[in-house]
Design a protein around this ligand. Structure first.
Ligand code: FDA
Ligand code: NAP
Length: 448
């Protein structure tokens, strides 16, 4: 196993989606504004190139946040990494403004992310999967001045070690399948949708079904209906139809940076109320426009008296039986408490995601990380895992903090501010470590 140079980085980022991209930008901008020495950083991403949920880049799908909630603007409104700066560079700023729309397509936002990535790409290793984080061999976590990060080359399988005083785990959401259902070439999760769809001959897809009533499910049902004009499309909905995502102004306040403090410093009842009243801003809900698109298609079928779009309301999947090209789905309907079977050529589970969970990467280090009464990681306001005092290195989370920081944890809404807070924490702790706490506070006062 090789080592990645002799350098000990101030921070190593695991995963390079929008969250760590935003951190790379925050560190870059921090450098431009401060007299302190540069924060050295390296990022590792297992994909071969930058990609943001590529398998869901369906035509016409739009962002679910305002373009102003980009990688930097909420932290630094004059950032050169803003979406507006990207539009200006691309020569489309006036045209974009003419659309009078806050919500660009996901394809355009993806182009923006790639554009931003191109300025920091020298810090990123692609095709590089992090497999573990641990103290240096032979040294207890308590005495470790740095951590070792094991990185596997996705192509060759070779591994190497990288050293860092801090890590930011930003590995993203984890696709969720119903218990007992295995994915294969005809049974897909929405996170792999386009890759698997493109492998099929459309002529062989005469009956397809989509499970779920969230945004992914509705977008995929619409896409399949439009792309397969000959096919029967069944939407298997646990609800009585799709429900709208509340993005009205008062409800949207739950995604404001200030809501993070109110959630974090609130009581258990505060946090429970956030979820009880506002889960419908994000989970198991669909944008109004997509709902109306689907309903219009369904109504047009009624007018034509020819049906190939079916909504199976209050229905869940019990079992999937696979044999060769055949896929049989066993369903249970709450409408009549009845069971029925459906034969399909492809079945898409748009059944959502689990939150990011760092324990697998942390391995033995996890026992130094403190947990709350419910067994969840304790996380500082600066997104650093609370550890016992003998672990001096910082392990920061971007994601997986719904229980401590609230609804924005897995979303883009707050990444500009969050990554700034993490960058500040890394710099502050480094100064404290080098000069002691009093001098660090003095330096901080001077730079304000
Ligand atoms: P993200 O999942 O984007 O990136 C994590 C990266 O880590 C991936 O590139 C992965 O390959 C890499 N990785 C994982 N394990 C690794 C390892 N061990 N080693 C190396 N690399 C590893 N939110 C929102 O606010 N507005 C929106 O419009 C949308 N739209 C949207 C569409 C779709 C289809 C989905 C599924 C989700 C959204 N979201 C969203 C929510 C989504 O979580 C958010 O947009 C970002 O993807 C969060 O960025 P992250 O960088 O945290 O995770
Ligand atoms: P989601 O909102 O969690 O929805 C999952 C759906 O699957 C729910 O309706 C759930 O029903 C259902 N389900 C789970 N298990 C089931 C089963 N066994 N049988 C039938 N139904 C089952 O997941 P998502 O739609 O993938 O959205 C995840 C995130 O990605 C959200 O933040 C969303 O906004 C985002 N997203 C954004 C875009 C975009 O920007 N355009 C596109 C797609 C997704 P229950 O309610 O009963 O659990």
């Amino acid at each position: 196993m090789g080592t990645f140079g002799h350098e000990i980085y101030d921070v190593v980022g695991i995963g390079f989606g929008p969250s760590n991209l935003s951190l790379a930008i925050a560190l870059e901008e921090h450098q431009a504004n401060e007299r302190t020495r540069p924060v050295t950083a390296a990022f590792f991403e297992r994909q071969p190139a930058f990609g943001w949920h590529r398998n869901m880049l369906l035509p016409s799908t739009t962002m679910q946040i305002s373009f102003l909630k980009d990688l930097a603007t909420f932290r630094n409104p004059v950032s050169r990494f803003s979406f507006i700066s990207y539009l200006h560079t691309s020569g489309r700023l006036p045209q974009f403004v003419n659309t009078q729309d806050f919500f660009p397509t996901r394809q355009e936002f993806h182009q923006y992310l790639e554009w931003a990535e191109s300025s920091v790409t020298d810090r990123v290793s692609y095709g590089s999967e992090v497999t573990s984080i641990r103290p240096p061999r032979g040294i207890g976590a308590g005495d470790a001045e740095h951590l070792e990060i094991e990185v596997r080359d996705v192509h060759s399988g070779a591994t190497r070690l990288v050293r860092a005083r801090n890590v930011t785990v930003s590995t993203g959401l984890v696709p969720r399948m119903p218990k007992g259902v295995e994915r294969d070439e005809r049974v897909w999760h929405s996170s792999e949708f386009l890759a698997k769809f493109r492998r099929m001959d459309p002529a062989g897809l005469n009956s397809v079904a989509v499970v779920g009533a969230g945004q992914s499910a509705a977008e995929i049902a619409r896409f399949l209906y439009d792309s397969l004009p000959h096919a029967r499309v069944s939407a298997i909905l646990p609800a009585y139809g799709y429900s709208v995502a509340d993005d009205t102004p008062f409800a949207n306040q739950v995604f404001d940076p200030g809501a993070v403090d109110e959630y974090y410093f609130g009581s258990d009842q505060t946090r429970e109320a956030f979820w009880r009243y506002h889960k419908n801003t994000n989970y198991s809900v669909v944008d109004d426009e997509v709902i109306r698109d689907l309903y219009r298609r369904s109504y047009e079928e009624e007018v034509r008296s020819s049906r190939r779009l079916f909504f199976l309301n209050l229905t869940r999947v019990n079992e999937v039986k696979r044999s060769g090209d055949e896929t049989r789905v066993s369903l249970h309907s709450l409408l009549d408490d009845g069971a029925r079977e459906l034969d399909v050529d492809a079945l898409v589970f748009a059944t959502g995601y689990d939150s990011m969970e760092p324990s697998g990467l942390l391995g033995d280090l996890d026992r130094h990380c403190l947990r709350d009464e419910a067994g969840r990681h304790r996380v500082g306001r600066d997104y650093r895992l609370v550890t016992n005092p003998e672990l001096p290195c910082g392990i920061y989370l971007q994601g997986g903090t719904e229980h401590s920081h609230g609804l924005t944890s897995s979303l883009l809404s707050n990444i500009a501010v969050r990554s700034g807070e993490i960058a500040d924490s890394i710099v502050q702790r480094r100064t404290e470590h080098e000069f002691g706490r009093d001098v660090a506070l003095e330096i901080e006062r001077e730079t304000l």
